[in-house]
Design a protein around this ligand. Structure first.
Ligand code: MG
Length: 161
């Protein structure tokens, strides 16, 4: 019988000047970027936590500690590839992934198609199995004041016997 698992992940990073903004592996032209030890791609970090959560295999910090200089400015897309190659993921395939990015600015809608394509390629699944939704925080809180970008991800994975 097929075995199914769901996972959920969340992440937030501070938005600061003089940093590149990379979301879902796509470089977004903007005068600020996300601060972090890696490239701070919050939606990919949320997706990694969702995948690890689906397999009860820890979290992004336990696999890629930010105390490790190896992950300084790390490309989060390559961290995602590493997660998909973990023994815990062997035999498992992503059925679908659904992400929400919360950002007051910049407008992300024009970049959603390339974000979906990039994630679909990384996950090895069709684009119609990957959803990326972009919202604002209605100017409320740190995200709404443009001081941070937040991301949520849900996944379903399946192991075929
Ligand atoms: Mg993060």
């Amino acid at each position: 019988m097929d075995d199914f698992r769901t996972g959920f992940g969340w992440d937030v990073h501070e938005l600061v000047p003089n940093r590149a903004l990379t979301l879902c592996g796509v470089r977004i032209p903007f005068d600020k970027g996300l601060l972090g030890h890696s490239d701070a791609d919050a939606p990919i970090h949320a997706l990694i936590d969702a995948l690890l959560g689906a397999r009860a295999a820890g979290d992004i910090g336990s696999h890629f500690p930010d105390s490790d200089p190896k992950y300084k400015d790390a490309d989060s897309a390559s961290l995602l590839r590493d997660v998909l190659r973990l023994p815990a993921m062997t035999g498992w395939r992503v059925v679908n992934a659904d992400l929400t990015i919360v950002a007051q600015a910049p407008k992300l809608a024009p970049f959603v198609p390339s974000m979906r394509k990039t994630l679909a390629d990384l996950l090895g699944i069709e684009e119609d199995r990957v959803s990326v939704k972009a919202k604002t925080a209605e100017k409320m809180g740190s995200v709404g004041e443009g001081r941070a970008i937040e991301a949520f991800a849900g996944v379903l994975i399946r192991r075929k016997d």
